[in-house]
Structure formats: structure tokens, C-alpha cells
Design a protein around this ligand. Structure first.
Ligand code: SME
Length: 173
């Protein structure tokens, strides 16, 4: 396949995925919406072995939805700890090509070889993140990062709106 054809194929996949995310979030409750989102994102690549969305609550990340075979013991991660906690603290995407060589990594599944964590930013702070574990070494490329960061932007706008609508209005106080 030529580079041009691959780029066109990627562009088609990207817009389909992003449109699907927007649609699912617009018509569902937050729990069901996030569950749909993890399933849609995991289908992007067979390299995405386990995919979770964590939401920031006080000083921690709390697992809100996941798609994948395994259940993780890390359902709550303090900001600053592990790759997840660090990405939230720095508000930057982190790619770990070989988890066995990274002392910051918190193990969830013995089969995991590489990981990407993409923060979900709100207007003032990080609201959550997308975390993907792959059983393949060096599974995550710039393509994955770009697409997942676009997905995180959609999620950030959505979560920001949800937060505002969940805040008590002055009239109800
Ligand atoms: N590996 C992550 C912990 C979460 S699990 O991958 C689901 C980390 O190092 O923070």
C-alpha cells in the first residue's frame, strides 16, 4: 500500500471513529456513554489488548469503564503514581514501548509489553485519561497518539459539560 493510500485509509478510520464517539456520548448517560467509548476505541486496533478510561476524583484516578479480558486491581491510582498518575500530573501523553524497562510502570497484566496513556483535559485541569495496555512490544505509534488525543479532546469537552451540569446552581443552594 502506498503512503498516500495508507494516509487516506487512516483519515477515513479517524473521522468514522471520532464521529461515532460524538454520537454515542450525545445520546447516553455518562456511564453508558463511557462504556460505548471504550468499546469503540478498542476496536481501532488489535494491538489494543486492554483499554480503560479513568476519571479524576480528588487526588486520584478512578476507573470508570474498560474493554478487555482482564480485570485490573488498579481501579484507583493516586495522581503522580505509575504511568497513569504521571500522565495526569504532567497533562501529557506518555508512551512506554517496553514496560519491563520502565520503573514507573505499575503492573496490571503479566502479558502487557507496552502502554500508552493519554490525558483528557478540561478547560482548567485534567479530568481523566485513556489508558491502553498492549501485549505487543512498541505497539503505539504517532498515529495512535494523534487519533487518541483527538478522542481525548472530544471526551474532555463532554466531561467538562457534564461537570458543569452536575454542579449545583446558585438557585438550588
Ligand atoms: N500500568 C498502569 C496502571 C494501570 S493498568 O495498566 C490498567 C500504570 O503504570 O500506571
Amino acid at each position: 500500500m502506498t503512503t498516500r493510500t495508507a494516509a487516506a485509509r487512516h483519515a477515513g478510520t479517524d473521522s468514522r471513529v471520532l464521529l461515532e464517539l460524538t454520537n454515542e456520548l450525545s445520546k447516553k448517560s455518562i456511564d453508558k456513554g463511557l462504556k460505548s467509548v471504550v468499546n469503540i476505541l478498542r476496536r481501532i486496533s488489535e494491538n489494543y489488548t486492554w483499554l480503560g478510561i479513568y476519571l479524576v476524583k480528588d487526588d486520584s484516578l478512578v476507573l470508570a469503564a474498560y474493554a478487555g479480558e482482564g480485570e485490573t486491581e488498579h481501579v484507583q491510582i493516586p495522581i503522580g503514581q505509575g504511568i497513569c498518575g504521571l500522565a495526569a500530573k504532567q497533562a501529557e501523553t506518555i508512551i512506554v514501548p517496553d514496560v519491563n524497562k520502565d520503573p514507573r510502570y505499575l503492573m496490571c497484566f503479566p502479558s502487557t509489553r507496552s502502554e500508552i496513556v493519554v490525558p483528557i483535559r478540561g478547560t482548567a485541569s485534567v479530568l481523566g485519561e485513556i489508558d491502553i495496555d498492549s501485549d505487543r512490544p512498541s505497539a503505539f505509534t504517532k498515529y495512535d497518539q494523534d487519533l487518541l488525543e483527538q478522542a481525548a479532546t472530544i471526551l474532555g469537552e463532554y466531561l467538562q459539560t457534564q461537570r458543569i451540569s452536575l454542579e449545583p446552581s446558585k438557585d438550588s443552594l
